[in-house]
Design a protein around this ligand. Structure first.
Ligand SMILES: Nc1ncnc2c1ncn2[C@@H]1O[C@H](COP(=O)(O)OP(=O)(O)OP(=O)(O)O)[C@@H](O)[C@H]1O
Length: 311
């Protein structure tokens, strides 16, 4: 596989504090790559460096044969990237059509082709009929679609999206995910940031788990295999209390999460472990409503790699 983006030992300090440190990874041509991590993990910083909006303090990044730190390459890099920032950044008084025309002209795209592309992408995001209304009157989902169309009018080969479905309802989120998958089919490379593990699991070829440094990088399935427990047991208890969790821990069970109703416990693989769990919970005064075995999710991997250190 041929890499389009190659990041080596990339670091960015704001004052004395590293927003990102020692990032080394590449993104292959035609792949959907998800950068996932908690608030303040450095996801936006990474994206802004790749878009040549801020400079790194350490390391390097190349896009194709261009170097983000070489002033002569900056314009060329911007032309092959389509960027959707987290705040979409559209002109609210202008219509969708006018927004796209304005941005397309910034890329010196020939006007006739630009007009054809505006129509193509506004149709793809299903907003052609609404094209002449001011963007200020659009819903969040519609604005996100305009921002996506805007990022595509100059036919970039690399699309970079900062939390493309944040704050959208499930249907709008699905529309955006379907569009991303269609863009991959056209051969584009897509990098996006998200907090949404389910989303990254559904559409990403690979994900990088970021918290200042890259904690892990692989396909969602490989991450689950490498870092997830093979099997988890979810016990629904009528009101989980700390004493039940303590009893389970004292009996050698590893309790991974507690949401107030359900405890997720790492399976030991022993054939009689369900009965053992029931006995411990009963002795501690808990009332079990159900007990189920599940395979681990990307969320479990994420919790281990990112949040586990808090415990
Ligand atoms: N311009 C800036 N000046 C100072 N600190 C900054 C600046 N931009 C980002 N930071 C800091 O860098 C760290 C990483 O921020 P960044 O926005 O990249 O994280 P993120 O993963 O995108 O978070 P979120 O999911 O909340 O958007 C944070 O601690 C943030 O406060």
């Amino acid at each position: 596989m041929e890499p389009l983006v190659e990041i080596k030992n990339l670091g960015k300090k704001f004052g004395e504090k590293y927003a990102i440190k020692d990032l080394t990874f590449s993104i292959n041509k035609g792949e959907i790559f998800g950068l996932i991590g908690p608030n303040g993990a450095g996801k936006t910083t990474t994206i802004r460096i790749l878009c040549c909006l801020i400079s790194p303090t350490e390391g390097s990044a190349r896009i194709g044969n261009m170097d983000i730190s070489d002033q002569n390459d900056t314009q060329k890099i911007r032309k092959i990237i389509g960027y959707v920032p987290d705040n979409v950044g559209l002109y609210e008084q202008l219509s969708a059509y006018e927004n796209l025309l304005f941005y397309g002209k910034l890329y010196d795209y020939p006007e006739r082709e630009l007009e054809a592309n505006i129509e193509k992408y506004l149709r793809i995001v299903d907003l052609w009929d609404e094209r002449n209304k001011p963007v200020g009157t659009y819903s969040k989902g519609m604005k996100q679609k305009v921002a996506l169309a805007r990022a595509l009018v100059h036919e970039p080969s690399l699309l970079i999206l900062d939390e493309p479905t944040a704050n959208l309802d499930p249907e709008s989120s699905k529309n955006i995910r379907d569009l991303i998958l269609d863009l991959k089919k056209e051969g584009r490379t897509i990098l996006f940031n998200t907090h949404n593990l389910d989303e990254s699991q559904r559409i990403c070829d690979r994900v990088g788990i970021l918290k200042t440094t890259i904690r892990a990088i692989d396909t969602p399935n490989n991450l689950k295999e490498k870092y997830g427990s093979e099997k988890l047991i979810v016990v629904r208890i009528d009101g989980v209390v700390e004493s039940i969790i303590d009893s389970l821990k004292n009996s050698g069970f590893s309790v991974l999460t507690n949401n107030g109703n359900d405890l997720t416990i790492e399976s030991t693989g022993n054939s009689d472990e369900n009965q053992a769990i029931i006995d411990v919970v009963n002795r501690a005064g808990g009332k079990i409503k159900s007990i189920n075995e599940v395979t681990s999710s990307l969320e479990d991997v994420y919790i281990r790699l990112v949040e586990g250190e808090k415990k």
